[in-house]
Design a protein around this ligand. Structure first.
Ligand SMILES: C[S@@+](CC[C@H](N)C(=O)[O-])C[C@H]1O[C@@H](n2cnc3c(N)ncnc32)[C@H](O)[C@@H]1O
Length: 223
């Protein structure tokens, strides 16, 4: 073989090796890019999913935080109360934390885990973590029977169903505070604030159906 032949076959071998190397590099870059894009999409879904999920439920209750005035109105109407406060759908925990700062044992139930983790962090940062608890829970699957003060910032579509639930579960000494949207059939015992910051206060004594005392019925049955 001539020198020229040897040189040209060497060159073509080098070219082949180069192009194979380039191909492997391209393949690796492709895999890395797929992993980065795929990972980012999974992470994005993980973060935004819990915020979008409430909108896809039968009753759409999105995360809309209470305004500062709204929180102040809630605290104002709970001024002479004691015991526990529960915020149903506690969002970023602002009502629970404000209640804990006023001496209540305060609890939040929230579907979105990110908001629950953030609430716990905020409660710790503000020094009220000992008197607050946050649970990742569906409000329709929790009983509120043990709470003496119940706060809800809901949407009109859910209030009728919630009325029935609370009416069944709460003790007659309980108080319910509805933010922005009132309950459809209960009569409020007090109203505070105005516009979007309005809060309606209901005493369970007023809305709970009167249970006839056994002695009363015995007396009525006597001839
Ligand atoms: C209007 S925001 C009120 C947030 C907070 N209470 C406040 O006043 O700032 C309603 C909250 O309820 C949560 N939520 C929606 N559906 C829920 C469910 N089924 N169980 C528990 N929380 C729910 C939402 O994620 C949202 O954070």
């Amino acid at each position: 073989m001539s020198d020229f032949g040897t040189e040209s076959s060497l060159r073509s071998e080098t070219y082949k090796q180069g192009s194979t190397g380039e191909g492997t590099l391209k393949k690796r870059l492709g895999i890395i890019a797929t992993c980065v894009v795929g990972g980012s999409l999974v992470a994005l879904y993980g973060v935004t999913g819990p915020f979008i999920a409430p909108a896809l439920r039968k009753v759409c209750l999105p995360f809309v935080p209470a305004t500062r005035t709204q929180v102040e109105n809630v605290i104002k109407v709970l001024k002479n109360r004691s015991g526990s406060v529960v915020d149903i759908g506690s969002g970023d925990g602002r009502i629970v934390i404000a209640a804990a700062k006023r001496g209540f044992t305060a609890v939040g139930f929230e579907l979105n885990p990110w908001l629950v983790w953030y609430s716990r962090y905020k409660a710790w940062r503000e020094g009220v973590h000992h008197s607050t608890s946050f649970y990742i829970s569906d409000l329709w699957k929790v009983s509120f029977s043990e709470y003496s003060n119940v706060v809800i910032f809901g949407v009109p579509q859910m209030m009728e169903q919630l009325e029935v639930k609370l009416q069944t579960e709460l003790q007659s000494s309980a108080k319910v505070v509805a933010c922005r949207f009132p309950f459809p059939t209960w009569t409020p015992d007090d109203v505070a604030g105005e516009g979007i910051d309005t809060v309606w206060v209901y005493n369970a004594k007023t809305f709970k159906p009167h249970i006839r005392n056994d002695k009363d019925s015995e007396r009525q049955e006597m001839p």
